[in-house]
Design a protein around this ligand. Structure first.
Ligand SMILES: *[C@@H]1O[C@H](CO)[C@@H](O)[C@H](O)[C@H]1NC(C)=O
Ligand SMILES: *[C@@H]1O[C@H](CO)[C@@H](O)[C@H](O)[C@H]1NC(C)=O
Ligand SMILES: *[C@@H]1O[C@H](CO)[C@@H](O)[C@H](O)[C@H]1NC(C)=O
Ligand SMILES: *[C@@H]1O[C@H](CO)[C@@H](O)[C@H](O)[C@H]1NC(C)=O
Ligand SMILES: [Zn+2]
Length: 550
């Protein structure tokens, strides 16, 4: 039996000579496998029947997709993995599997199970490699925009206040509000950060969090800081959850959680207390402001109408460092949000941002980034169990990628944070599978790469090596994925411009620009010719009916 298998493997090897698992590539051939042994494939994977059955099951599901879900999306959920490029998705899938003591590659993220997948072109109108503000304007407002700007068209110039007016563009959150749906924003960053802010603000500078972040000229010209726009632009928003307390309180107000940390002080110069302003506006409603997990858990979600929850003065902690007593996980926040929002018979729009995948990568800390991605995936699974695909369109995408990669012909099941199984054939030193194109992990000691070892690479804060030294690793320019399920999810089917995304979501939900196609649903579905009896009088009836459906 073993002999036959060996024969089979060497035969396969002959045909597929470049399968990395089987033959080291030419340049590495003589290099010793110095610290790892290649395990045989899992027993069941050696049996061709396993792969054939698995593919046949997938084929069956694919054939079933011909029955498209063309219903109306009562609810829309958009999960935005900030900086979650495709290499991050794959690495997070492997990590998720390895956290369950599996090899990892064969598993499925929750998002992997979505039936429809497309690609999104992420460039900004003035940038090949985009930022999170211009991209947020695209996937929330349906209009591509300049980098650094939120909720304004490309006619606006970054940092030039007077180019705001007349160039504002509204988001799908606003369209949903206008249609009587409930709306929510959940993020692991500050709620005033680029991604969430494009849903409610119009700002020529994403960094104008509070008035203290703005030049006096901009204030004089009438531009408003993003925190203020959060409270006043769309007062109907039912759920706001994330970080960012400091932009809500007057300067020198000590933070409630970190009274001795002066960096956590309020920052506003106009003396406004925006949390109080929010409470005032919600008088007479069942509205709650909370700032820690205990308070969140004590809420009666069956009664609550409005929730403002700010768990940190700035961004939330990384999932790997989260204080599980004081701060909720993204999954907990999403659960809470859906419970509150789904009470509306007209449905809801919810934006969920896994916002710190991006931060982990910028810091060159792949482990932080990937754990954030796995946590967002958990939240996706939870959202799936709280909603139905028949009336909820769920879309997962990223704003942009990062110069994050993993390679090195690692063996099956190799720890995703581990070393490649070969030494470099140039400097004879080991290297991790995960690497960055640029960033803070660049390191030379006496002109040589460090001799990385197992004792450091598994640390939460380990900086994966990068080719170019930068304090902050940069975004990547390649396309990102769009995963979709629910009504009209099949309209994500190709390589799309990023600003197409909210057009599909709005079409599916019969809100915004594409309400007309739903008039048919309101009148009842158009009869198909097949069941209208053919007769001279019936032809006229058929014509009239069809006309009324156009
Ligand atoms: C807009 O503001 C800039 C300064 O930021 C000024 O140079 C320009 O003249 C202003 N444009 C208008 C139309 O007011
Ligand atoms: C923070 O607030 C405290 C209390 O009002 C004040 O004494 C301190 O100077 C503030 N620190 C900064 C950096 O603003
Ligand atoms: C979490 O925060 C609480 C309250 O500040 C503190 O008592 C506790 O030690 C923290 N836990 C961890 C694990 O840091
Ligand atoms: C790198 O470290 C390993 C053990 O940690 C050691 O065996 C090897 O000689 C080192 N290589 C160099 C080039 O220093
Ligand atoms: Zn970023």
């Amino acid at each position: 039996m073993e002999f036959v298998l060996l024969l089979l493997i060497s035969h396969l090897n002959f045909i597929c000579g470049l399968i990395p698992g089987l033959t080291p590539p030419a340049g590495l051939k003589k290099k010793r496998i110095y610290h790892q042994i290649r395990n045989p494939p899992p027993e069941h994977e050696m049996n061709p029947t396993y792969w054939r059955n698995q593919a046949q099951e997938t084929l069956k599901r694919a054939l079933n997709l011909q029955k498209l879900n063309t219903g109306v999306a009562k609810n829309i959920i958009l999960f935005l993995g900030d900086g979650m490029g495709i290499p991050t998705v794959t690495a997070a899938r492997i990590l998720k599997g390895q956290l369950e003591s599996k090899t990892g590659e064969e598993g499925f993220l929750e998002m992997d199970k979505f039936p429809h997948v497309a690609l999104s072109k992420t460039y900004n109108t003035n940038a090949q490699v985009p930022d999170s503000a211009g991209t947020a304007t695209a996937y929330l407002c349906g209009v591509k925009a300049n980098e650094g700007t939120v909720g304004v068209s490309a006619a606006s110039v970054r940092r030039q206040c007077n180019t705001t007016f007349g160039n504002e563009v509204t988001s799908i959150l606003k369209w949903a509000e206008d249609a009587g749906k409930s709306t929510g924003i959940v993020t692991t960053t500050r709620v005033q950060h680029a991604t969430p802010s494009a849903s409610y603000a119009h700002s020529v500078n994403r960094d104008w969090y509070a008035d203290s972040d703005m030049p006096s000229e901009a204030l004089e010209q009438g531009c408003k800081d993003i925190a203020q726009q959060l409270i006043f632009n769309i007062p109907g928003i039912e759920v706001i959850m994330g970080g960012g307390r400091k932009y809500m309180f007057p300067r020198d107000t000590p933070d409630i959680e970190y009274p001795n940390d002066w960096k956590a002080n309020g920052t506003r110069l106009d003396g406004k207390n925006l949390v109080e302003a929010w409470k005032d506006m919600k008088k007479g409603k069942n509205a709650h402001y909370v700032w820690n997990r205990e308070q969140l858990k004590s809420l009666d979600l069956t009664k609550i109408e409005h929730l403002l929850a700010l768990f940190e003065h700035g961004d939330l902690q990384y999932e790997l460092e989260r204080n599980k007593t004081t701060d909720p996980s993204l999954e907990e926040m999403v659960t809470t949000a859906i419970r509150i929002l789904s009470k509306n018979p007209k449905g809801f729009f919810l934006l969920v941002e896994g916002g710190r995948i991006d931060h982990g990568h910028h810091e060159g800390k792949a482990k932080m980034a990937l754990y954030e991605a796995v946590e967002m995936d958990k939240a996706i699974g939870r959202a799936g169990s709280l909603t139905r695909d028949t009336d909820t369109l769920t879309v997962i995408t990223a704003d942009h990628s990062h110069v994050f990669t993993f390679g090195g012909y690692t063996f099956r099941g190799s720890n995703i944070f581990g070393l490649a199984p070969y030494l470099s054939d140039v400097d004879s030193r080991p290297f991790t599978s995960i690497l960055y194109g640029n960033g803070p992990g660049y390191s030379l000691q006496n002109g040589e790469r460090p001799n990385v070892s197992n004792s450091e690479i598994y640390e939460n804060n380990y900086l994966a090596q990068s080719a170019v030294p930068l304090r902050q690793e940069t975004h990547g320019g390649e396309d990102v994925a769009i995963f979709a399920k629910g009504p009209m999810a099949h309209l994500f089917h190709s390589v799309h411009e990023q600003n197409y995304i909210p057009h599909v979501m709005a079409y599916a939900a019969c809100i915004g620009q594409n309400r007309e196609h739903c008039v048919k649903f309101e009148r009842g579905p158009c009869p198909s010719a097949a069941w209208v009896p053919i007769g001279s009088g019936a032809i006229l009836l058929l014509l009239l009916t069809l006309l009324s459906c156009i």
